[in-house]
Design a protein around this ligand. Structure first.
Ligand SMILES: [Zn+2]
Length: 167
């Protein structure tokens, strides 16, 4: 238990007994240990001329507990969801758009049906390869089959949508 606490001089650093006004070593004035008083502006006087303002009334201390906000089911997309919890509409759009670029089944993978998506992707590539070979064999006549190619992603997307809409 110390008899007194020393206050370091802000100028030379020498320890000085608490309560002394000046440093015993260099004579610099010892600042009072900084205890910043938080600025507490006085509450505005009640405006007697205005109508009662319920917001101006301080809340009682016991009511600081705010009950949790009611669970908002609206944050969940209202539409049907896929196995991966994504929106079926989003998965369908991904399936169609990616399918146009030759990546059929991406929407299925996005929807959580990874195996089905990979199967569609490989199957689609196999069909394209067969179609190319067929076009070569038929001297380009078989290339007309590619006119139907853009339809497949749309069908796959609609299939995806109907699959998850039922479940
Ligand atoms: Zn000093």
């Amino acid at each position: 238990m110390s008899d007194f606490e020393t206050i370091p001089c802000p100028s030379c650093g020498a320890g000085n007994q608490a309560g002394m006004g000046f440093c015993g070593s260099c004579g610099a004035p010892l600042g009072v240990p900084s205890t910043p008083v938080p600025p507490t502006p006085p509450p505005p006087p009640s405006q007697v001329f205005s109508t009662p303002n319920p917001e101006a009334n301080p809340e009682p201390a016991f009511s600081t507990y705010t009950p949790p906000a009611p669970t908002r089911a609206a944050t969940i997309p209202s539409g049907p969801l896929t196995d991966s919890g994504q929106s079926v509409s989003t998965a369908m759009i991904i399936e169609i758009v990616a399918g146009f670029f030759g990546f059929l089944g991406i929407g299925w993978i996005y929807a959580g049906r990874t195996g089905q998506g990979i199967g569609l992707l490989l199957g689609w590539w196999a069909l394209i390869a067969i179609g190319v070979i067929f076009a070569i064999v038929t001297f380009g006549f078989g290339g007309l089959c590619f006119c139907l190619a853009p339809v497949v992603p749309v069908l796959s997307g609609l299939w995806l949508k109907s699959t998850f809409s039922k479940s």
